[in-house]
Design a protein around this ligand. Sequence first.
Ligand SMILES: Cc1cc2nc3c(=O)[nH]c(=O)nc-3n(C[C@H](O)[C@H](O)[C@H](O)COP(=O)(O)OP(=O)(O)OC[C@H]3O[C@@H](n4cnc5c(N)ncnc54)[C@H](O)[C@@H]3O)c2cc1C
Length: 432
Amino acid sequence: MVDRIIVVGGGAAGLMAAGRAAELGGNVLLLEKQAKTGLKLGITGKGRCNLTNASSISDHLAHLGPQGAFMRNAYARYFAPDTIAFFEAHGVPTVTERGQRVFPASQRAHDVVDALRAYCLEHQVQFRYHSPVQALRVSAGAITGVCLPERDLDAATVILATGGMSYPRTGSTGDGYRLAADVGHTVIPPRPGLVPLVLQEPEVPRLEGLSLRNVRASLYREDDLLASEFGEMLFTSDGVSGPIILTLSMVAAHALSQAPLRLLLDLKPAIEPVELDQRLQRDLASLGNARFSALLKGLLPRLLIDVFAERSGLSPDHRLSQLSAEQRRRVLSLLKAFPFTVVGTRPIGEAIITQGGVSTVEINPATMASRRIAGLYFAGEIIDVAGDTGGYNLQLAFTTGYLAGESAARAVRAAHSADAMQASPSAEGSEQ
Ligand SMILES: Cc1cc2nc3c(=O)[nH]c(=O)nc-3n(C[C@H](O)[C@H](O)[C@H](O)COP(=O)(O)OP(=O)(O)OC[C@H]3O[C@@H](n4cnc5c(N)ncnc54)[C@H](O)[C@@H]3O)c2cc1C
């Protein structure tokens, strides 16, 4: 009987799955289409790898979007403290930073990759590189192996951990979606997640490089508020990026399929409109007959002043003594809701993650086993669950990888025991 467990893809999820299956005694072969494993993991967190978040399970679930509930069961089995303990036990002490983000103390993502590789090697996982899996072999509703370009390989179980489609040069080119769909799985259409937004306004290129802190960005479809975030953002050559924008992009990528969206920036979120108006009136009284630009200098970063003046319909040279109450109110309303039109996201290749993927309805949440094909398991970003920034995505990969590896190893062991029982008539007697 074939007892081989094949793991397709050597990213965060595949390495964890392979290591765990081998630790439980599985005969594991990891197939990686690139020349190395862990290419994406090595660039995470700007090379520092935010490997998990030290918050609660409910906080993680809240950061996983609409599919978060799928992970509740899995997180009860393997969660952030297990990830931290795993890496500490494999020579990677960690530190917890602002927002409960956990990093290797060395600040080196490569240490995380090396620890996972060492875990696999310690338990005799075999690695085969330059091995792009092109199809899954299925017979009578059960997995029997995989097809490589030059040959087929038999397997008792297969774990698909091919990632999403972002940063394709790391090897994540969406192959797994096709492999899963070809054997009958439903794949929720992939779309970019944690991705910069593209804005329509022609003045945006002039704002490139402008970084805004302590602002509130709110996303609207017509008058319906879709999402709102407070924090830091920045302007790019064609739109906006930065932490709060990336978070909003999770909603925007979906909502944009219907129509452009409105992005309103509250540039003074800590001050209520009434107070802000009082402040404007005080500033006007103290600035006397100075120019409009002098008022704006006290309120806005330098790069925003000209664009703000244009939007308010006033010249930067406009004399403050001639500012009407109506004009003051227009300035106030722009400070509280500076509008842009979101017309798209940057392409999926530039996204931090891919949303969509193999439907969670067709995956057992306790084991990561396919509900359609016996012996098939899923791990990592290929599954239709996606998290915000903050270490949530790697925890997803580690948890689903750990469970898939464990379940695949147990399934093979159970099948072996059943075979042994059938082969040996005396085994029947041993049950007495
Ligand atoms: C720039 C960047 C920074 C990030 N930073 C963070 C962070 O700090 N914290 C965080 O939580 N998340 C971060 N993420 C997200 C996180 O990296 C991913 O969610 C996670 O790596 C997904 O792991 P995975 O194993 O599912 O997929 P991947 O890491 O994409 O691995 C998939 C593997 O499968 C291989 N493969 C694909 N197709 C085949 C095939 N047909 N045959 C064989 N092999 C195949 C690929 O070559 C690849 O090695 C970041 C992402 C990016 C792009």
